[in-house]
Structure formats: C-alpha cells, structure tokens
Design a protein around this ligand. Structure first.
Ligand code: NAD
Ligand code: MLT
Length: 310
C-alpha cells in the first residue's frame, strides 16, 4: 500500500510535487480538529506549519504515523515527548526561514521607528499629517536582542549596520561568541533598563512564556520600542498594550500572538503598534526551503533511510 502523507497546512508546490511522486498525498485543514483526527487515522506522515496542534491525542489518532514534519523552525505545536514515546520521528527545517524571520523583525523595527504603517493608513484616508508621525533614528541607539540564536544573530548582524550598540540576553551563549559578533551579553534586567529597541528571538518553552510581562515592562527604559516576531505569549499582550497606552513603551512591532489565528488583541487598537499576521516565514524563498527540506526528510523517513539534519 502506498504510504499516505497528510499535508495539514499550506506547503510549497515544489515540495508537494516531490512527495506526490512516491506517496499518496492528501490534504486536510489542520485547524479543523475533527477533520485532522479523522485524516490522521490513515496517515504515515503528517506535515504542518505552526497552526496545527500535533499533541498526544493527535498522535494516538494516527496508528500508522511514522513521522511528523514541521515545515519551519518552532516545534512548540508538536508534543515531541508523546511522539517519541510512540516511536514517531519529529523533523523540522531549522534554517529554512531564519533569514526571512530576521528580515521581518527588522521590517517591524523600522516601521515602528518611523510610524510607517499608521502614517500610510492616515494618508490613504486623506490625512496629510507630517508632524504627527515624527519618528526616531536607529543610529546610535542601544538594541537589546533577547535570544541570540540563529535568528537573533542574523538580526544583530543586520541592525549593527545601522550604527547601533548591541546587547543581548541569552544565558546559553558563551560571552566569547557574543563578543565575536560585537554584542555584549547582559542580564535581562540590564537589557530592559538600557535598550531603546528590544527584539525577541526566543523559542516558546515553559521557561520563556511570559518572560516579558508587567514586572519587566515596569523597568524598561522609557520610550523603548519592542519587537516580537518569535512567538506569541513570550510578551504578555495585555501588559504590553497597557505599557504603550501609559506611554512607557513608545511602540511595538508584533508578528505573533498568544492565540492564533488572532483577530482581536488589546494591541490592535493602538496607533503605534505595527501588527502582522505571523508573516515571519511568509516569503517565497523561505517556504520553498522549508517545504523542500521537510519533503526530503519525510521521503527518507518513510523509505527507512537515515534522516540527516535538514
Ligand atoms: P535558536 O534555537 O537558534 O535560538 C534560540 C535562542 O534562544 C538560543 O540561543 C537559546 O539559547 C535562547 N534561549 C532559549 N531559552 C532562553 C531563555 N529562557 N532566555 C534567553 N534565551 C533563551 O532558534 P531560532 O532559529 O533563532 O528561532 C527562534 C524562534 O523564532 C523559534 O523557536 C520560533 O518560535 C520563532 N520563529 C518565528 C518565525 C515567524 O514566522 N515569526 C519564523 C521562524 C522562527
Ligand atoms: C516557524 O517557527 O518556522 C515560524 O513560525 C514559521 C511558520 O510556521 O510559518
């Protein structure tokens, strides 16, 4: 019987083509839970992005499942221990979208610094208001990077070209590695107190959820601008909205939300918030790389071959 590969979210056409050659490729909307559980009953592999929850219940519903493939970086929507306990392999594409994600964080930072989104919306609505949308320069500012991993490093390298002073909080990085990048490692509180811009590049784990909440936002440098293109829930949305409304935080760029899809957030009513619907990896290049990487891994796994790191 031809193995079934279930695609639960949008995947690059080139990747589907690779899989369709050898497998019975089926599609389901991974956010439609009953449909997902039903489709999983015949699946040998399932491919997801970030919206589909592959938890213990989903794995139990898939008796033939051999591999869960995440076409992207974050694995927070896959219950890896439950998969491992059942002998199901979990693969991702850890470098596929890192450039796109770092560029999205930069785009949000620039847009927040210069009020680009609100000025554009106002002008299109017929308002020519130049002084209302006065921004700030990035040159000479202190930029705090929270999480100096693959994306944090790419972001730091790019923002350095603006003539910034870079500090980072990441207890798992060697100071020598940070120094090589021209970044000074500091504690979280020092980063919060000193940064003019803060950009978050953390995975979502029990340790990182709520890392930036009311208490942390109370000690930030007044006028800081905060960017989160990593995961929703790392920054408390209500606490951030309150800090912006009180004027302590001057603005925010937000790509990710505690609950997605998200069409209502306390942040959406604020003029100085630039909000995008989880677009960090949404480029043609990143989707091709992620799709092809997981298609290759799924193919090897289902053919019983060794699966190298993507
Ligand atoms: P990575 O694993 O290379 O880097 C994560 C860094 O966070 C590591 O250096 C690690 O030491 C650090 N870290 C972990 N726990 C920490 C803690 N408690 N405090 C401080 N630092 C901590 O991952 P990456 O490739 O840089 O990706 C980071 C995250 O970005 C992903 O997990 C994913 O959730 C998110 N992401 C979002 C998009 C998007 O579309 N918006 C795209 C890609 C990735
Ligand atoms: C990721 O972790 O790779 C991102 O959130 C991208 C995505 O799933 O779209």
């Amino acid at each position: 019987m031809t193995p079934v590969v279930l695609i639960a979210e949008e995947l690059a056409p080139a990747a589907i083509e690779v899989l369709a050659h050898d497998f019975d490729v089926r599609h389901v909307d991974g956010t439609d839970r009953p449909a997902l559980l039903s489709a999983l009953s015949e699946a040998d592999a399932v491919i997801v992005r970030s919206a589909t929850q592959i938890d213990a219940e989903a794995i139990a519903a898939a008796p033939r499942l051999k591999v869960v493939a995440r076409a992207g970086v974050g694995l927070d929507n896959v219950e890896v221990p439950a998969a491992t306990a059942r002998g199901v392999m979990v693969v991702n594409a850890p470098t596929s979208n890192i450039v796109s994600a770092a560029e999205q964080a930069l785009a949000l930072l620039l847009a927040v610094a210069r009020n680009t989104a609100s000025a554009s919306a106002a002008l299109k609505a017929g308002e020519w208001k130049r002084s209302k949308y006065t921004g700030v320069e990035i040159q000479g500012k202190t930029v705090g990077v929270v999480g100096l991993g693959r994306i944090g490093v790419l972001f730091a390298q790019r923002i350095a070209a603006f003539g910034t002073r870079l500090i980072a909080y990441d207890p798992y990085i060697q100071p020598a590695r940070a120094a090589q990048l021209g970044v000074r490692l500091v504690g979280l509180e020092e980063l919060l107190r000193e940064s003019d811009f803060i950009s978050i590049h953390l995975p979502k784990t029990p340790e990182t959820v709520g890392l930036i909440g009311e208490k942390e936002l109370a000690v930030v440098k007044p006028g800081v601008r905060i960017i989160n293109a990593a995961r929703g829930g790392l920054v408390d949305e209500q606490a951030l909205a309150d800090a912006i409304a009180e004027g302590r935080v001057a603005g925010a760029g937000v790509d990710v939300y505690a609950k997605e899809p998200c069409t209502s957030s306390p942040l959406f009513g604020l003029d100085n918030v630039v909000a995008t619907p989880h677009l960090g990896a949404s480029t043609g290049e990143a989707q091709d790389k992620a799709g092809l990487a997981v298609a290759k891994s799924v193919k090897l796994a289902l053919q019983g071959e060794f699966v190298p790191d993507a």
